[in-house]
Write a protein that binds this ligand. Structure first.
Ligand code: 5GP
Ligand code: MG
Length: 173
């Protein structure tokens, strides 16, 4: 495993994202929707630096089935807060192809929010397959499978305070 983004670099990027988000929304109330499970670390760090009145909810989306290859996307919105007439900011760990974010936005649009924007810690360069860009991005990274700061490999490594790329000998597939 090799460190791609160190702990101080991650922390600095989260501060920068929070500044951008605070500047963008000002004092308007905001509903944050974190995408489980990968967003939990970013969510916790980001909301503590946000200055507007805010509500926090979660939705679950999973497309990986215990490996580094994608499976069908499954969304569980049972825990989602009421977002009608709210400005919504979706927070996720990483924007790869963009299909997860697109499907979440499509689903939430039906619930009549005022606006929906998205914030992700990481975006993989050149992997995007949808006509949608995340609004707030911490880092662009190369197309490697990464773990840490919420991101897992087979449910491990979410607790690392930095982002690391798995190497072939880390992947027991
Ligand atoms: P997308 O739908 O944009 O292709 O993928 C987004 C989801 O896939 C993210 O929420 C994340 O859960 C997962 N994902 C994409 N790339 C990686 C990666 O490099 N590492 C990990 N751990 N998860 C990833
Ligand atoms: Mg995810």
């Amino acid at each position: 495993m090799k460190t791609l983004i160190s702990e101080p670099e991650v922390n600095e990027a989260v501060c920068r994202m929070a500044d951008e988000i605070n500047g963008f929304y000002g004092d308007s109330p905001l509903t944050i929707v974190g995408v489980l499970t990968g967003s939990v670390v970013l969510l916790a760090d980001l909301i503590r630096q946000m200055t507007m009145p805010l509500r926090v909810g979660v939705v679950q989306a999973s497309s990986y089935r215990g490996a580094t290859t994608r499976g069908p996307l499954v969304i569980n919105s049972d825990l989602m807060p009421n977002i009608a007439k709210q400005d919504v900011l979706i927070v996720d760990d990483i924007f790869d192809t963009g299909h997860t974010m697109l499907e979440l936005i499509d689903l939430m649009h039906k619930l009549a929010p005022i606006s929906i924007r998205s914030a992700v810690l990481l975006q993989k360069t050149g992997q995007q397959q949808v006509e949608l860009c995340p609004d707030f991005v911490g880092f662009e990274i190369p197309n490697e499978f990464v773990v840490g700061y919420g991101l897992d490999y087979q449910d491990q490594y979410r607790n690392l305070p930095y982002v690391a790329a798995l190497e072939s000998h880390d992947i027991g597939e």
